[in-house]
Design a protein around this ligand. Structure first.
Ligand code: GLC
Length: 732
């Protein structure tokens, strides 16, 4: 079929999408309807869990038995393979219904951006939105029209490897990032986005991936649901159910959660897709007797698309004939799928996302790489600096560690084929003109014979040692939970040997989760958390080390002082016996053998300047619904270098129908301050931002007193407090 030739599913002039959907639905056979609900992995033999599923893909396409396909190729051959499959579906099936083509473009396609946990630390929604838009545009011109992103889980446990894909522990900021990513992919990138994983996946017990999840109605609504609500409000067209049970029922078959909360409460009327083989896993969970039972339970929960398993397709007719499912259920699912396809435009032009002629000018361009470099620099977090940074160009450096000259900077979930072109840290420093030697010193998880000795010799011969340590791309992400969230022992031994030389030492981290950094906090002169920084990571880190970029990232996930504290997060509840520093009261919520506080708190990050935040000034003492109060501070850079700061507003509802967090982020403002410069930073406070899901099971604000805290991180903000009274509550 020539490109852009009207296809058989194209709407007639003036025909609305609902009219076109109903007209097509009326023509479809039961088998064709059930086929739309099947998402193939695009290979004839599919290993789903432990099951080998033989799927004659092209035969099924000709029979109109596949509605969408995922992971059908690598970026370099994707367009060719997608065109091949789309040609069959459009030209050789009875109704010619075009396919959706899906891919996990989580933080880049060929141009890789920092991992989501990293970019969440830049606290700049526009930069994040642009990264999503660029990633979607690169994938879309290769035929991808459905992206399994954003992942909006709210994590409290860094043992869980998928914290790398999140925007951190705060629901308010996670909601802002969710909306930015949805708009970047759908409005700017033109593809269908997918919020995941619905619901509560990050709360896996013991931080062990896929493990059991329990949450209260309050946690459901006040912690895990807000980023989904924000994404739905931003117009997301699909949602993916999670692998985990939620309060005993696996999410994919959890009708109260999917039909009740997602579709009922949030009003989501888009496509719900299962996670990979999650329908099959209902049998492993022990809630489905067999494949047909699994299909029946998933459909009852209003699942629309079954990812990689084919139970709807293979058992649907029998389930219909036996009355275990109804045609109304099937039609409802197919309507949502066809509507999504019409809204994407593929029903009017199946090839609108296949623009092979634009690939060279769209994918992996210098502009996109520059965008990735800027975002990587803005996502890095300076955790310690005794003044050793920024490095003067005339300093002789010893660049030491497994990440000194490593291209392992992509992190989890990368489809890019351009790893060999990654800018390593050594590349970045070389381009800056630094004089340095490189010694790997140790592998990521295995020592190198003689490596430490060579590294110590290099450090002794240098002015400054730069230690490039951390986790590789296989140590975080899916199914990568770690009991010990430490820098591997062989690297620790290397660091200790270099520290003994007494040379000023800078630690540059590449990792996908919060790590235990106590020893480094004591022994390093500076610590730069670089995360998995992406295609231009080495250049971005060199920009920061050289002072050509000023660090300004702020942690969006707490770094524990000890694994035993986990889960440790800033927006905890006060308890009835809150720990009070400096008192020797025994019966308090505390440990006998360590602090309650994390090593580095939420919102923490240094810059090259040194800023102080003045006292909070309130524009009034009372707030009535419809009014606005203003909270203002003066921030002054008392250092000798520029400062890039993110000023943070936290609120606390002192007394409510539920126990409320000791702090809740409700505003961020970014300022750039030259040495000696100061700025007034103001935050507007209004009644809607005080609403929560109350003990009465409604979204409402409740009259009473509120604390206002403003600072440069969650910990210091607690010392800078004012307050006001909400005179009347409002129910949504
Ligand atoms: C994976 C992940 C999910 C991803 C899906 C398709 O198992 O849980 O995030 O979108 O499968 O690759």
């Amino acid at each position: 079929m020539e490109k852009n030739k009207p296809c058989r599913t194209a709407r007639r002039p003036g025909q609305t999408i609902p009219e076109a959907v109903e007209e097509l639905l009326a023509k479809m056979t039961t088998a064709e309807k059930l086929g739309q609900m099947y998402q193939s992995i695009g290979a004839d033999i599919t290993t789903v869990g432990t099951t080998q599923v033989k799927e004659p893909v092209e035969e099924l396409l000709r029979a109109g038995q596949i509605g969408s396909m995922m992971q059908v190729g690598e970026p370099h051959d994707l367009a060719k393979r997608i065109r091949h499959f789309q040609d069959i579906a459009v030209n050789e099936s009875r109704l010619g219904i075009p396919l959706l083509f899906c891919l996990d473009v989580i933080h880049g396609f060929e141009t890789i951006f920092p991992i989501p946990l990293a970019w969440s630390c830049c606290f700049d929604e526009e930069l994040i939105r642009q990264a999503a838009a660029t990633s979607a545009r690169e994938a879309a011109c290769c035929g991808i029209n459905y992206i399994f992103s954003p992942m909006v889980d709210i994590p409290h446990d860094p043992r869980w490897g998928r914290v790398a894909e999140t925007a951190g522990e705060d629901p308010w900021w996670g909601s802002r990032v969710s909306a930015a990513l949805v708009k970047g992919m759908q409005e700017d990138g033109g593809v269908m986005a997918c919020l995941k994983h619905y619901l509560g996946y990050a709360a896996a017990e013991a931080g062990r991936d896929y493990n059991t999840v329990e949450f209260s109605d309050s946690a459901l609504h006040n912690t895990y649901l807000p980023p989904f609500a924000a994404g739905v409000k931003a117009g997301v067209k699909s949602v993916m159910t999670a692998f985990n049970v939620a309060n005993g029922v696996p999410a994919v078959a959890n009708r109260p959660l999917v039909e009740g909360v997602l579709r009922g409460e949030l009003g989501f009327d888009g496509v719900v897709v299962s996670d990979y083989a999650a329908v099959m896993e209902l049998m492993e969970h022990g809630v489905a007797e067999d494949e047909a039972d699994a299909a029946e339970k998933a459909l009852a929960a209003t699942l629309d698309i079954e990812m990689t398993t084919n139970y709807f397709r293979r058992h649907g007719e029998a389930l219909l004939n036996s009355g275990r499912i109804t045609m109304e259920q099937v039609d409802a699912a197919v309507r949502r799928i066809l509507t999504a396809k019409y809204e994407l435009g593929v029903m009017d032009d199946p090839y609108r996302f296949l623009r092979e002629e634009e690939i060279d000018s769209t994918v992996y361009t210098p502009e996109h790489l520059a965008q990735s470099r800027t975002l990587a620099a803005r996502s890095a977090v300076l955790l310690k600096n005794d003044g050793v940074l920024p490095l003067a160009k005339d300093k002789k450096l010893a660049l030491i560690g497994p990440f000194a000259d490593s291209s392992d900077l992509f992190g989890c979930w990368c489809c890019s084929t351009r790893k060999a072109e990654v800018a390593t840290l050594a590349t970045g420093l070389r381009e800056k003109g630094f004089d340095f030697t490189v010694e790997e010193g140790s592998g990521v998880q295995q020592p190198i014979e003689g490596g430490i000795e060579r590294a110590v010799a290099a450090a002794k011969a240098a002015d400054v040692a730069v230690l490039a340590l951390g986790e590789d791309d296989q140590m975080s992400g899916e199914a990568c939970s770690r009991m010990n969230i430490t820098i591997p022992e062989c690297q620790q031994a290397l660091a200790e040997a270099v520290a003994v030389t007494g040379k000023p030492t800078v630690l540059v981290l590449t990792n996908g989760r919060p790590l235990l950094l106590n020893w480094y906090d004591e022994h390093m002169n500076a610590i730069l958390e670089g995360w998995a920084p992406g295609s231009e990571g080495g250049r971005a880190l060199a920009d920061l080390l050289a002072g050509d970029e000023v660090p300004g990232g702020k942690l969006t996930m707490s770094f524990p002082w000890h694994t035993g504290q986990i889960p440790v997060y800033y927006n905890e509840l006060p308890t009835g016996r809150p720990f009070v520093e400096g008192t020797d009261e025994h019966f308090q919520s505390k440990y006998l053998d360590g602090p309650n506080a994390p090593l580095y708190p939420f919102g923490y990050g240094l810059t090259y300047g040194r800023c102080v935040c003045g006292a909070v000034k309130m524009s009034g003492e009372n707030l009535a619904p419809g009014e606005t109060l203003t909270a203002t501070v003066t921030v002054r850079n008392e250092g000798s270098l520029p400062a890039r700061e993110t000023v943070q507003l936290y609120l606390r509802d002192r007394c409510a129908s539920l126990s409320r967090p000791v702090q809740e982020l409700r505003g961020v403002k970014q300022v750039w301050l030259e040495p000696g410069q100061q700025a007034e930073v103001s935050f507007a406070i209004d009644e809607p931002m005080l609403r929560f899901y109350t003990a009465r099971g409604v979204w409402a604000s409740e009259a009473g007193g509120f604390d206002v805290m403003i600072g440069l991180d969650s910990r210091s903000a607690k010392q800078n407090k004012a307050g006001f009274t909400l005179t009347a509550g409002v129910q949504e």
